[in-house]
Design a protein. Structure first.
Length: 331
């Protein structure tokens, strides 16, 4: 799959695509329906399937000092698009100039002249252009004038809740990774580079891999049963189980949220490796302990419970490595 940044001077071989357009944060089941519709139409017409998206996310551009909210980092979003059969991702820079394009200018400059798209697929809630004045109806009318078609898909619901990135964030903030995964169609993942921590885990005979959350949405603080994938050739195709803490380490008087992962039956040094941590089940809230002895005792109980939860809720490790099918599990 090709990633092209910007819409000016699009190479001829990547023009005349059928494109899904949106922010696609999380690439949830609603996003997947939009992308699959574009892929299916492209295949039927012998064209390349494209995704048009924006970096940084417009919310990040307009509120740079706001709390982290991203469900997926750009590389994970691209991985998901690739798994759905997309040939090219147009990653458009959302800057001051771009933010001031009105709906008509967006259709003309970006879609028609810039990218040369033949057909667009959007969800019915798609908004674009200056002050979000554009909608699927205006896009369709501009398409008739400029020579590109538009398909509009309805919003998908689960349990009477409209599937959206906001709804997924809400479930994660409540400590409901199962409900979030119902809307994502896969386990929710946190991804980042393994950094050196304070070394307390090794001292307690419970080594942990430490990852900063960065711009990723912070789920409810506490302890989780998790699946782990290490993005290194040495570990290609392998998935591990573990217990993870999303928290501030109150026992040690620290306050910055961090992700610490204890990988079961694993002793390798993986500092510097990129790692994905998939949230399968929420075990308990974060609490402070009076002593490290009490902390270690609870950590062992957490690991035992995590193994039980993972054994009961996963039939395999699908949901990792771009897979969208999720094994049945209780929420």
């Amino acid at each position: 799959m090709k990633i092209i940044r910007g819409y000016e001077n699009t190479p001829p071989q990547w023009r005349e695509t059928v494109a899904a357009i949106g922010n696609f944060d999380g690439v949830h089941i609603g996003h997947q329906a939009v992308i699959r519709a574009a892929v299916d139409k492209a295949r039927a017409e012998g064209l390349n399937a494209a995704v048009i998206t924006f970096e940084p996310h417009p919310r990040q551009f307009f509120t740079p000092g706001g709390p982290p909210f991203r469900l997926f980092l750009p590389r994970v979003k691209a991985q998901r698009c690739n798994a759905l059969g997309v040939n090219v991702v147009f990653e458009l820079s959302f800057d001051e100039r771009f933010s001031r394009l009105d709906a008509a200018e967006f259709g003309l400059e970006v879609i028609s002249r810039g990218l040369g798209v033949t057909h667009i697929v959007v969800g019915e809630d798609f908004r674009y252009g200056y002050r979000r004045m554009g909608n699927p109806g205006t896009l369709a009318r501009d398409g008739e004038r400029l020579g590109f078609g538009v398909t509009i898909l309805e919003i998908i619901s689960r349990a009477d809740v409209e599937v959206s990135s906001t709804a997924i964030r809400n479930e994660l903030s409540l400590g409901h990774p199962g409900k979030a995964s119902d809307m994502l169609g896969c386990w929710h993942q946190l991804r980042g580079q393994v950094n050196r921590g304070a070394g307390r885990g090794h001292d307690l005979d419970m080594p942990t891999a430490n990852i900063e959350l960065g711009h990723q949405h912070q789920p409810k603080l506490g302890i989780y049963a998790v699946l782990i994938e290490i993005h290194d050739d040495k570990y290609a195709g392998r998935h591990y189980q573990g217990a993870a803490s999303v928290g501030t380490r109150p026992t040690f008087g620290e306050h910055a949220p961090n992700l610490e992962v204890h990988i079961f039956d694993f002793n390798d040094s993986i500092y510097g490796c990129d790692m994905s941590v998939f949230l399968v089940g929420y075990l308990r809230e974060e609490i402070a302990f009076d002593s490290t002895r009490a902390l270690v005792s609870q950590m062992k109980k957490d690991c035992h419970e995590a193994r039980r939860v993972l054994a009961s809720r996963i039939g395999d490790t699908r949901g990792c490595s771009g897979e969208f099918r999720r094994p049945g599990m209780a929420t």
